[in-house]
Write a protein that binds this ligand. Structure first.
Ligand SMILES: [Ca+2]
Ligand SMILES: [Ca+2]
Ligand SMILES: [Ca+2]
Length: 121
């Protein structure tokens, strides 16, 4: 039955060529998958870098916030009249713990060296 044999051989050839095409497609897909995995690796690495930089920036921001909070506290301290004499350090109260020391009582001591540059009028 040569006709049947020829038919089967042709069928086998067709199946083989389909298998070859499928193998080539699988190979192409594997290559693309490798590329995608490489891209994903790059993206993960860039994300890790960005996260590290963000952490550093947050740390620096925390430091700046602490410095600003300290300066605000210092300004508030200098602006408050602690001894109740009516003058804060910003208003040339050279001893804000002693109500007897203030510009009208002791003269205006601009550099707080104990000598009034502007004496009591
Ligand atoms: Ca005062
Ligand atoms: Ca005072
Ligand atoms: Ca002085």
């Amino acid at each position: 039955m040569p006709a049947l044999r020829d038919h089967l051989l042709a069928l086998i050839d067709a199946v083989n060529s389909r298998v070859d095409r499928l193998v080539r497609r699988v190979h192409a897909i594997e290559t693309r998958l490798d590329d995608v995995e490489d891209d994903l690796g790059d993206a993960e690495s860039r994300l890790a870098d960005a996260e590290a930089r963000l952490d550093m920036a947050e740390g620096r921001l925390d430091n700046v916030e602490a410095v600003v909070a300290g300066l605000v506290q210092q300004a508030a301290d200098r602006a408050s009249d602690d001894d109740g004499d009516g003058y804060s350090e910003l208003q040339n109260d050279c001893d804000d713990a002693d109500p007897a020391v203030n510009p009208p009582a002791t003269g205006l001591d601009l550099n707080c060296d104990g000598t009034a540059e502007v004496p009591i009028p």
